[in-house]
Design a protein around this ligand. Sequence first.
Ligand SMILES: [Mg+2]
Length: 228
Amino acid sequence: MRYQHVLLDLDHTLLDTDTSLQMAFGDAMSAVGADPTGVYPTFNDINEALWRRVEAQELTPPRVHVARFVELNEQLGLGVDPQRMADAFAQGMGEHGELYPGAREMLDKLAGMATLALITNGLSGIQRARIERLGIHDHFAAITISAEVGAAKPGTEIFDVAFEALGGPDKSGALMVGDNLGSDIAGGNNAGIDTCWYNPSGKPASAKHPASHTISSLEALLPIVAGQ
Ligand SMILES: [Mg+2]
């Protein structure tokens, strides 16, 4: 095998996070008796902007939890309790969203080829609930969640924690796989390991965050790890 250790992102890489977000948003609005019709794009913009601030290391993931609903309340003038929305949203995020088609089969095969770690910028309760519900816990020798370790991608600290949990493997045989150039690919580059950008929608590449490999389907990861 070309790579003995594969670190995988969860959101938008293995998990259909868009569906998870939209359904959880419906739960959050219902919890305060607000109509979610047509409001999701506004929330999505707020949420994505806050996560970009996490990547810029201006915010921590736990701060995003309520901040997105505080901002939504202000923008829409809802006058409801943002904490109640955030709590319903967090529960919904754990409860909704499936693996992308083919992701489970790919993970089954990959787990037979390399030692796997999950490395995710997310909130502990949400990510743990999803991992449990999806039944993918046993595929991973290490599960590193930013809110649990107090560090997030693209910083090197979260990678240090993951590598320590994997027993300090040789970095030349490690690969970081994810959909996000600013967190996954930049993070892998910062950590000094090879990277594989999962880019199913054909986004333009970035000179700032070059990836060692780019794939448009998850199955394409298997020959890369094998070195074929
Ligand atoms: Mg992702």
